[in-house]
Write a protein that binds this ligand. Structure first.
Ligand code: FAD
Ligand code: OAA
Length: 337
């Protein structure tokens, strides 16, 4: 019998991953996912969706490795299954190139992705402005396909979905025993976290079906990521900028930078979406007790993934599941009956 009512707030890649993990692992819980916006209108839908990462300064490296490995293994299983096309997950090979040899020549995820190696001088010849490069195979998870697939998986596990803006956690205190906050940038207002800020990202989705290999400049500013129906070409990382409209100057600069790396990028542009990454020094994945209408309500937070929410969503969702389990153990017995 389902007895504990869990609300997951947020329908991006972090919210749906977390909701699926809880609904599938904890049959004692009835899980409702509430969100103001759903696919295709979330930041996650704009993401290039590459499984890569940079280091978050405040999280022990071992924990980040676990998040990355959980996400990689989860998406690799999907990519290698019959579900790959309807889930929007694919294996992708290519390179990351650097103008200067980086201090960290082997990133922490180098032994989790497949076939990581340094590029040869012959391979680098193609990029005369770059001195060093890494070649490897990773995954691309296209959220505009993946999110509807996750939603189906969530409903199959008994989950319910409700479209609604939550203006205050108080609104949920009567109907839910545990609240899981996966609101990304929305956490700035919903839980008053001033550390959360927008990092604007503008990309192109281009028709260039002859491109099969990804190229990323290690400075993170220019990338070409072939996907299922289009190639994601980016980008910008504008801290504190919350404009959702296109910026023609950015479009020009992205094309100039990326055509230097891949001169064949001259085909029709398909779309130019803009998204606001939920910037934070490090993600917040922890629980707290919040007093709501005179009651102590457990709240599990899972937000602030900045530019790496697709890579880390499944890993942090599993940690959030662990925190919900702890909340269940700590709940008074009558709440579970
Ligand atoms: C251009 C670009 C490229 C990117 N490329 C990559 C990449 O290659 N790899 C990678 O790993 N990451 C990438 N990212 C980052 C990634 O998109 C984010 O880290 C990720 O989408 C964050 O997911 P989220 O679920 O936390 O947030 P979101 O997708 O923003 O979802 C937040 C959800 O919370 C809901 N919400 C917020 N407030 C409320 C409220 N008060 N009430 C109800 N609902 C609320 C919203 O409606 C939404 O449903 C990229 C981002 C951009 C912009
Ligand atoms: O930096 C990248 O390669 C892609 C990404 O995560 C982003 O734009 O946020």
């Amino acid at each position: 019998m389902k007895t504990v009512r869990v609300a997951v707030v947020g329908a991006g890649v972090v919210g749906f991953s977390t909701a699926v993990c809880i609904a599938e692992a904890l049959p004692i819980c009835s899980v409702t996912l509430l969100a103001e916006k759903f696919s295709p209108d979330t930041t996650s839908d704009v993401a290039a969706g590459m499984v890569l990462a940079e280091v978050f300064p405040d999280i022990p490296l071992e924990r980040q490795r676990r998040w990355f490995k959980d996400g990689f293994d989860h998406l690799l299983d999907i990519a290698q299954s019959e579900h790959a096309p309807e889930a929007g997950v694919l294996l992708t090979s290519g390179c990351q190139i650097f103008k200067e040899v980086p201090a960290e020549m082997k990133p922490f995820w180098s032994d989790i992705v497949i076939g990581f190696r340094n590029m040869t001088d012959l391979e680098l010849k193609r990029f005369p402005n770059h001195k060093f490069g890494q070649a490897f195979t990773t995954l691309k998870c296209e959220c505009s396909i993946y999110l509807p697939w996750l939603e189906k998986r969530f409903r199959k596990a008994g989950g319910r979905v409700e479209q609604r803006k939550v203006n205050s956690l108080q609104e949920l205190s009567n109907n839910f025993d545990i609240i899981v906050n996966c609101t990304g940038l929305g956490s700035r207002t919903l839980v008053g976290d001033n550390q959360v800020h927008p990092i604007r990202g503008q990309v192109f989705k281009m028709e260039a079906p002859w491109l099969k290999h990804f190229i990323r400049d290690g400075d993170g500013m220019s990338y070409i990521y072939p996907g299922i129906h289009s190639v994601t070409v980016g980008g910008t990382k504008q801290v504190g900028d919350s404009r959702l409209q296109l910026d023609q100057g950015d479009s020009k600069s992205i094309l100039e930078r990326c055509r230097k790396l891949e001169p064949s990028l001259r085909k029709a542009k398909v779309l130019e979406p803009v998204g606001l990454r939920p910037g934070r020094r490090s993600p917040r994945v922890e629980k707290e007790l919040v007093e709501l209408r005179g009651r102590q309500v457990p709240v599990v937070h899972n937000y602030g993934h900045s530019g790496w929410g697709v890579s880390f969503a499944w890993g942090t969702a599993r940690d959030a599941l662990g925190l919900v389990r702890q909340c269940l153990h700590e709940m008074p017995l009558q709440a579970k009956l």
